[in-house]
Structure formats: C-alpha cells, structure tokens
Design a protein around this ligand. Structure first.
Ligand code: AMP
Ligand code: ZN
Length: 466
C-alpha cells in the first residue's frame, strides 16, 4: 500500500511500526459551533482511510481530539453567557449527532484538551529544561530557532517563513516565529495552575501532548486538513521531536479543502453550510459519495448541483442492491449451478481492482468507478432465472466494497419497512384523533401497495400480500 506523505512529498510504501497495527491521530474540531461540511470532508476522508486500513486487516487505534479551550471557545461562552466547559459539552454532543449520521465510526478515543492539562504542564516544563522554550511573564514560548529542522513539513526554512509571514512584532518573544505553548490568564478567562502562574495551553501543544499520551512517542499516521500543515503540524513536530529526540509521525496526510466559489469554506468567511443543514435534505451515502468521488488531495468546489449529481449517482448504485434484494425474495432456484459459480468467481476481479485503487494513496474516485463497473455487470447478468445463492453472494460483494467507503450498507427493504411502519403509526394516530377520513385514506394507500392491516389484541399488524 502506498501513501502520499506530506513530509517527504512522495508516495511511499506504508510500513507500520508494529506489524498489522496502525496508530493514527487526526486533528479534530474546535467545539464552539456545529461543524460545516468542509470539516465534514476531512472527518469523512480519515474515517474512510481508517475503515480501509481495517478492511485490510490492520488493528487501528484512532484518536481524534476535541479542542475545547481557545479564543473562539472563550468568545462563544461570553456571547452566550455560559462557561467554556458548557460550550464544549454542547458542541461535542452535536458533533456526535452529525458524525454518527454521516456514518463516521466513533474514534477509539476522543480526548478533550482540557482533560490533559497536567500532561501539557509537564511537556512545557521539559521543553524549558531542554532549552527549547522560555518563559516571559507567565507566557511560555517555543524557540523555533533552536529546532534545526523547523520548516521540514511545510518545506520552508525559517528565513523564508519569516519573510513571508505577516507576524506582528511582539516584544515578549525572542523571535517573531516563536509561538506560545502556555498562555497566561487574561481577565475572565478560564485558567489552570502551573509553575508560571494561572494560564492555559496553546493549541499546538495540546495535540503533541495527547498524541504522546495516547499513542506513544512515534506514531504511524498524523492527519488533518491541508490548512494544518503550517503552522499547526510544523509546530507539533518541533515540540514533540525536541522533547523525545524521535520522529513524531512517520506519515503525514492532509485532506484538501471544500471550497465555495473557489474560496475555502470557513466559519470566519461565513461561506459555509453546516453538516446538519445538508443532512436535513440529503442522506449520509450521498454526502459521502460527494466527498469521496474526488481524490482526497484535490479540492472540491461545493455546489447544489454537485450534491444533486451525487444523489443520483448513489441511487444508481442502490438500484443494484434493490434489484438483488427483490430477486432474493422472488427467484425460484436455490443453489448455484457450475456456470453461476464461474460467474461469481469472475466478480473477484472487481475486488482486486478496488483494492489496487485504494492501495494507491486511497484513490476513492477510481474505487467508486470500480463499484459502478461491478454493479453494471451484476445488473446485466443476474436475473429472475438466477439462483438465490448467487443473488445473495453478489449482494455481499457490493456491500463488502461499499463498507470501507462507509456507504451502500442500507437495505432498501429496511427503508420500506420503516416507511410502512410510519404510515401505520400515522393511521393509528388519525383514528385516535377521530380523523376517519385520514385513517381511511392511509389504509387505501397501503392497500394499493399490497399491504393489509389486521387489528390484533397486541395492536395493529401489517403484512404484504401479493
Ligand atoms: P477546525 O474546527 O477549524 O479546527 O477544523 C477541524 C478540521 O477540519 C481540521 O482538520 C481542518 O483542517 C479541517 N477543515 C477546516 N476547514 C476545512 C475545509 N473548508 N475543507 C476541508 N477541511 C477543512
Ligand atoms: Zn492538532
């Protein structure tokens, strides 16, 4: 398996530290608001990569943090007249609601930065002791010049960075490129005890610290959106490698942006759609299809048209599932004959191609086109004369290859059952409300779809008659 590594700017063979295991850290959201679908793309991409690693048999320890203390969190708490802790609690809950809906698997651990303050203090202390950081009136800064490899991830040296950066001169820093790893408390801000007085951690140190605590000194994969390459990940490397003297992460992966009118979707530009509002109208399979139909290192220009076309594409794939599910109920023949066995075997080539595409730096775009080829083949070869066994086994292949992408797992029958149950419940309510016109209308509608209702002592039951 080959992965593009931002650190070396090359596709490299993936070799985990421990065979068959992957330690993976993804920078998660700052929890002061609902997440937008730009953030959502990053979460979906790394969820897909994790799913694929699991599909390949790796045991993945997947850490994605919540940044629950920073300027934006504090501002939000002040605006809402509440505490930073409550803002965090609320938006972490909302995060799970949307992420679950997007079929994003829960992380092994979602550490909250504020739960690692003691470890941060220890980390900062050690950096000061090793001469990589210095204190000025309660603030602690990292001394970028001390770390000889500073700039290696973003491919810039300190002089270029300094020339390019519009960093305001700050008297307290020895060098404009130095960054805060501990911030002294300002009036009204939440703060924790430290050897430098009351204060709070800087953003970059939190991730260095949580990754070390939960995964160890060297991890396999560190990931996040493209905007994190500099300064966030550059600074994480400087902190972690200065402390341990070891390589922090072997592979650095970065997901490209979702743009709107060719500008990065972001809360600050106010050009975003929340995942929540998109999920009101489109299902997870559609959103995932949209996000994965391009390669993860290529930007997406988001539009309504793109969503609509993702919707009709995923419907085309579900048509195959729908056909197979219907055939499983309807076909007369049970077992495969020799010809069918050969046909089933011929479908293996799609699995091979799917793996080949995904092994090439997670090329989901090409992997999805393999899914179209597979379903097209099935649609034109499996018919009412096929055996039940062949229908079931073909359906399993479609689902197997959909799973690493987090899609194609729904049953079209489940959908139908939920829909019918909802109609039955609505009719019951209508009867309770003595709205017999509505209840009769629903009964007729169900009848026209071959569903009959029976009143039993246990309540209303429905069954399908042909
Ligand atoms: P934030 O909540 O801003 O800290 O971002 C959470 C994650 O989403 C980070 O990994 C960001 O790099 C990523 N991200 C932010 N904006 C976008 C965007 N427009 N497209 C893709 N990823 C993004
Ligand atoms: Zn981070």
């Amino acid at each position: 398996m080959r992965i593009f590594n931002t650190l070396t700017r090359k596709k490299e063979e993936f070799v985990p530290i421990t065979p068959d295991e992957v330690k993976m850290y993804v920078c998660g959201p700052t929890v002061y608001n609902f997440f937008h679908i730009g953030n959502g793309r990053t979460f979906i991409i790394f969820d897909t990569i994790r799913r694929y690693l699991e599909y390949k048999g790796f045991k993945v320890t997947f850490i994605q943090n919540f940044t629950d203390i920073d300027d934006k969190m504090i501002k939000k708490a002040n605006e809402e007249g509440t505490t930073v802790k409550e803002v965090g609690d609320k938006y972490i809950k909302e995060y799970y609601e949307d992420a679950d809906k997007l079929q994003i698997q829960r992380a092994t651990v979602n550490p909250r930065a504020t739960e690692y303050i003691e470890e941060v203090v220890e980390f900062v202390k050690s950096l000061i002791d090793a001469g990589f950081a210095y204190e000025v009136n309660g603030d602690v800064y990292y001394s970028t010049k001390k770390f000889k490899e500073y700039g290696k991830l973003s491919g810039q040296n300190l002089d270029d960075l300094q020339a390019g950066a519009r960093i305001s001169v700050d008297e307290r820093k020895n060098d404009p490129m130095d960054f805060a790893i501990w911030k002294t408390q300002k009036l009204g801000e939440p703060a924790w005890e430290s050897p430098w007085g009351l204060g709070r951690p800087g953003w970059h140190i939190e991730c260095s610290c949580m990754a070390k605590k939960l995964l160890g000194e060297t991890i396999d994969i560190h990931a996040g959106g493209m905007d994190l390459v500099f300064p966030h990940h550059e600074n994480e490397i400087a902190q972690s490698e200065a402390l341990t003297g070891k390589q922090f992460a072997n592979y650095w992966l970065h997901a490209a942006f979702v743009n709107i009118d060719n500008k990065k979707m972001s809360k600050s530009l106010n050009n975003f759609f929340t995942a929540r509002e998109i999920l009101d109208k489109y299902d997870a399979d559609t959103v995932r299809f949209l996000m994965l139909s391009g390669h993860y290192r290529i930007q997406i220009n988001f539009s309504q048209d793109l969503l609509e076309s993702a919707k009709s594409s995923i419907e085309r794939l579900y048509n195959c599932i729908n056909n197979l599910e219907n055939l499983i109920d309807e076909v007369k023949k049970q077992d495969m004959d020799e010809e069918e066995k050969l046909y089933l075997k011929s479908l293996d080539k799609y699995r091979d191609r799917f793996i080949e595409k995904m092994d090439d730096d997670f090329n989901t775009a090409d992997a999805i086109s393999v899914l179209f080829d597979l379903t097209k083949d099935i649609n034109s070869n499996i018919t009412i004369d096929s055996s039940k066994d062949l229908c079931e086994k073909s359906l399993l292949i479609v689902r197997e290859l959909g799973k690493p992408l987090g899609m194609l797992q729904k049953s079209t029958k489940q959908d139908l059952e939920t829909e019918i149950q909802a109609m039955v419940d609505k009719r019951q309510q209508a009867r309770k409300d003595r709205d017999f016109a509505l209840s009769d209308k629903i009964r007729d509608e169900l009848k026209s779809r071959g569903i009959v209702l029976e009143d039993t002592p246990q309540g209303v039951r429905w069954k399908k008659v042909n």
